[in-house]
Design a protein around this ligand. Sequence first.
Ligand code: ADP
Ligand code: MG
Length: 748
Amino acid sequence: MNGQTEVASLDLGIQGMSCTACAARIEKALAKMAGVQDAAVSYASRKAWITYEPGDRNPNDIKDKIRALGFGVSEPGDRSADLAEMRTLRLRLILSAVLSLPLLWAMASHYEALSAVPVPEWVSNGWVQLSLATLIQLGIGLPFYQNAWSALRAKTANMDVLVALGTSAAYLYSHYMVFAHGWSPAGAANGSHHAGTASLYFDTSAVVITAVLLGKYMEARSAARALREGDSFAKLKADEISVVRDGSVRTVPASNVRDGDIVLVATGELIPVDGIVTGGQSEADESLLTGESRAVPKQPGSRVWAGTRNQGDTLRIRTETTGEGTLLSRIDLLLRQAQAAKTSIQRKVDRISAVFVPVMLLAAAVTFLLWYLVFDPGNASRASLSALAVLLAACPCALGLATPISLVIAAGKLARRGIVIKDASALEGMARLDVILLDKTGTLTEGKPCVSAIQPSPGWSAAAVLRLAAAAEGASQHPYAFAIREDARRRGLVVPTAENLLEWPGYGVSAECPEGRIEVGGKQLAAQQNWSGLKRALDYTAIRESQGETVLLAALDGVCIGAIALGDRLKPSSAQAVQALKREGLEVWLATGDGAGPAAAVAKEAGIQRVEAGMLPEGKLQLIRSLQKQGKGVAMAGDGWNDAPALAAADAGFAMAGGTDAALDAGHVALLRPSLLGIAGALRASRLTVRNMKQNLGFAFMYNLVIVPVAAAGLMEPWMAGAAMALSSVTVVGNALRLSGQLSRSLD
Ligand code: ADP
Ligand code: MG
């Protein structure tokens, strides 16, 4: 073993969270468990993502812990648990509304405008009101108490604490009245039902509970609508797969398929595994995975990915990766991680909400005292109603929902278009960029360079040079390595097996062959290793580079044996993408490890003015740091493979998918389509998203700033405060849904 601790990750759907304080509570409790490395719980997407050491922990301990806290646990892609939760919520809402009706009816007699409404004797009966209110308070309202209790036990306060406290106060007060004074015509004589000392507040507690349930139901419904899109990846996973075993075709559960299995995929079916086509001529629709809308031709030898759709003839596929290892599953996981993560705005909001509830409890107490002692001395009911209104107006739910809901929507939308946000904070970074550095090979260019010419040193043949170079490049993932191996294969050369294959990013490779030590790389490598016999090769390099080509040099035991010229074409979309980035207000730079000649040629063709050539990976890193020191927001787009440190250091690092899936491991954003066009779209999307988050926060804060003082001034009945509180969450979710539409329009 390598001494590193093994880490497993667990994804769960969570039911029963009533606001972000619940998510924070689960997070805290899980983080405290031994063997749990990290836990992120998202209230907005109702999901949890946990990493743990499988030796110390098993998933069931973690699930049990969450259940013990009073929440439900489900499979992450399984929406049925959420649907069941929503159905229960709807049932509670309907029952609560129906039972509240007679209480509201009785209220009609207290208002002048409603005097025409006949109020039967029984609805005004105190005992009837008591029974109905008790059913609502202790039956339908029970979950509020349960949640409030578990929150208090964890020394936090959440929305349930406020609701439970407020409605209980109203309920118990009326209770006391019924038992102390029997039935009293609730203040009818004074024209205001809360003015007389014998007033009942059953309508208040019942209507508040109904209003809160209505708000929660509307919030849950809109959130479910907003989240549906993000679940599209889970739907692309196959349950059953047709495989060829012992010469016959059998349908087996997806979990039964192994690497190496031959899988059959008929027309119109989803491809269930990552693998290589071994039979059939067809086309695949990869749009759901990478956002690429054109159908991609597939024939024997082509790579195919799980989650794409076969559109032509039946394909035979040799399985290379199944289950959690497929590109689809990895993207899905990254998406869910990003959705559960916190932006830096959110971290600030969390700090505010943590003190918000205690502060509001205090505000309610102060309101009570001011009314009871100063404004209306001795009138306990007036004082408690105002305090109650403050309690109900003070829930920070909308605050907790404000930024995560926008993040969840944006990450989902972008992922469907082949733009995978891996780091939530990068969304904020992307919204304020000044400069973008573009790598050349594989980023601006096709990244499929071909050997265009070979110049052997005296005494060597082109084939001999190529053969040794291909041996040394045997293990490299660099596009140049692919080009050299491909050319050797095309010429039918027998490549010797090499040992001690080493790679120095930005320089080149080396290896040991029976012939001796081979080195292949750029001019820097030759200079650094002090090769001899370089003169001719360097002259050749200068000529070729001025024509826009790249030249690699090869040496055997420190003596140059030849030069290999490689050509690479600009991607058709690159020039257009550079224009789009400039339109977004960015300075576009080319930063490449390649020589000045090829760099200048590519920059000219792509329409880039600033060129930094001959940069080692650390050079790119330093360039980014120095630009950042000047106060600039810096983005970097690279191949995610040898540019990984620079991608990580940038404010937004875009990793381009190439032949390898290294893009998923590096940077903050993975571009699954091999085009830079996605970046401009991602930038627009990030701006819209950050703006939406700020609007949501504005709504949430405004609402509290306005309603709480109004409630404290006694200008608002408690049920109105409760309804307004519910409405603020609905407003935030509604605004986030608007973002969903904006993103679709700006991305398509
Ligand atoms: P780029 O910005 O063009 O992607 P890289 O950092 O990938 O630049 O590489 C810089 C230079 O290092 C290349 O131009 C090449 O000379 C050399 N180099 C890097 N990797 C290899 C390799 N596997 N084989 C040969 N040369 C390499
Ligand atoms: Mg590169």
